[in-house]
Design a protein around this ligand. Structure first.
Ligand SMILES: [Zn+2]
Length: 221
């Protein structure tokens, strides 16, 4: 809590009077009714949702878990227990490394997901483009946003898994730059943190072994 997590939690609870917080040794559990009014490009979504956000006390060195109840039948990105896939592990780690704030995390990932939920209920489509779902969608993030081929993504995973990162070697993307001046900026935050690394490798394992299979609430039934 060194960076002021408890202060941020208090701010969240003050602005959301129907959320309550339960605390144990390792985590804060924030749950209840979350009131929202969100504006993306002039489209407004507002309402209330029953949510649960589990934030480990070593945040931002671990990624919060987010749950919603009462979600539409066919929506992707929600697992059977209501656990929401907010974004790829790599994207969330990169964001937290730049913005180590719970409030920023909520604004970026939780609110965007709630907006998606709202939109899906109204239009039965997704608001932020038609990125593929399931593990194929997660792989697409690494391929599109990080501009990697699938083989280069695999190389990155292996390099992280085997602790083979060296800043001065040529980047795995073939840019000719040193790793530290190129894709190293995505890899270093993962390598430096055991919890991040564990989540990244677990996700990579799922992406690389279940690639192309749609993992949604429906298909896990
Ligand atoms: Zn590179």
């Amino acid at each position: 809590m060194s960076y002021g997590l408890s202060y941020e939690v208090k701010q969240i609870l003050d602005s959301q009077p129907r959320l309550i917080m339960v605390e144990n040794d390792i985590e804060w559990i924030i749950q209840g009714v979350y009131k929202y009014s969100l504006d993306y490009d002039g489209h407004i979504a507002q309402g209330e949702r029953n949510i649960k956000l589990i934030v480990q006390k070593n945040f931002p060195n671990s990624i919060p878990k987010f749950y919603v109840s009462d979600y539409p039948e066919h929506i992707e990105h929600i697992y059977q227990d209501g656990n929401v896939c907010l974004a790829t592990i790599g994207e969330m780690i990169y964001f937290l490394n730049e913005n180590p704030s719970l409030i920023a995390f909520i604004k970026k990932f939780v609110n965007a997901f709630i907006y998606t939920l709202d939109w899906f209920e109204k239009y039965n489509t997704y608001p932020f483009g038609d990125r593929k779902h399931g593990y194929k969608g997660l792989l697409d993030y690494y391929l599109n946003d990080l501009k990697l081929t699938k083989d280069q993504y695999k190389k990155m995973v292996i390099m992280i898994y085997e602790d083979k990162y060296r800043g001065h070697i040529p980047c795995l993307c073939g840019s000719g730059k040193k790793l530290r001046d190129c894709h190293g900026k995505y890899m270093l935050p993962i390598i430096k943190n055991a919890s991040y690394k564990n989540e990244f490798i677990t996700e990579a394992y799922m992406i690389l072994t279940k690639d192309g299979k749609n993992v949604s609430r429906k298909s896990s039934e």
